[in-house]
Design a protein. Structure first.
Length: 134
């Protein structure tokens, strides 16, 4: 979802979207410190934006690889944030054990999510008149 948003939104809206998505994820994860996932998704959104600004990825295979790399980066950021903010967390091996399977699933899902978001984007944004939607 961050890849699809990074392609379609400007930097300010991308950060606001990532912050809201992260806070929603925090709301459904009661045992983690509040704001952990919000900060992680905002950092991953910045990484996605800077990567897409340097190398525009247009093919499905490129988006799969980008999704996998961003997933690995997100899990590493999660590891660092857990090490800093959650002193009671001791299952660091679990974070590293799930990095590759999580990246594989995320990479495969990127083209599907991107297609669905693209369809919704054309349906919703394409029909609104105004200076912001032209």
């Amino acid at each position: 979802l961050v890849v699809a948003a990074a392609v379609r939104l400007d930097s300010t809206r991308l950060v606001i979207f990532a912050l809201i998505a992260g806070l929603l994820l925090d709301a459904f994860t009661p045992l983690s410190p509040l704001g952990l996932h919000a900060e992680r998704i905002v950092i991953v959104a910045y990484i996605a934006r800077s990567f897409l600004a340097q190398i525009p990825v247009r093919s499905a295979s490129g988006r799969i690889i980008l999704g996998m790399c961003l997933s690995l980066a997100g899990d590493f950021v999660l590891f660092v944030l857990l090490a800093i903010f959650d002193r009671s967390f001791t299952a660091y091996g679990l974070v590293f054990a799930r990095m590759v399977p999580h990246a594989l699933l995320t990479g495969v899902a990127v083209p599907v999510v991107d297609a669905v978001v693209g369809l919704l984007w054309r349906q919703v944004v394409g029909k609104r008149p105004g200076i912001f939607y032209s």
